[in-house]
Design a protein around this ligand. Sequence first.
Ligand SMILES: [Fe+2]
Ligand SMILES: [Fe+2]
Length: 214
Amino acid sequence: MSSKTSTINTLASGHSPRGAWESLDDLWRAAAPSLRARSNDIHTPLSFLFAELVLEAHPEADALVTRVAILLHDSGWSRVDASKIISEGFRGDWRTSDVRYLHEREGCNIARELLPGLGYDDDFITKVTDIIDGHDTRLEHHSIEDAIMRDADRLWRFTPTGIGLASGWFGKTPHDYRDQLESTTFAELITDRARELATAELARSVELLKLDVI
Ligand SMILES: [Fe+2]
Ligand SMILES: [Fe+2]
């Protein structure tokens, strides 16, 4: 990835999304118990914010579907045996481990359990679960909403918070995790806006965490 810093509006430059998004606080509260596993109560709000930053560049996308999908995408980790989340979900063939598939399936179940009571209809819920299902294990994306959710899922990892948590999950130093971000995660980003955001975030993280030094 390019090391050139960008002037794009992102967390690293002190910006929040500007869109006039409708509040999803009721859904956040309903989902909260399902977001306590694996620091998803840190990952999910940050990735939600990045989804909104990418949505600013994609007015053609259904923002509500995208925002609800990223909010619930990892809720299924709450139904995975906590002792297996790291040992099977982040080591070896982690991408195709049973717990990866399980957290996707359970995330769809949680969406089907929570969303009807908050007024979402079956058609909307299916659009959300089509994105959650396979979000880690499918190689391809099926829609712009799917693409933005996948980009947002990765973008938070370029922040100091993401490097802090994810380097521990992968058992790497922050320095070595940066290499993984640059060699693998960056190449998986789909939208141009996500690549711009990732570049700006990583430049700031390299500075703050002294990743060129230690
Ligand atoms: Fe996931
Ligand atoms: Fe995730």
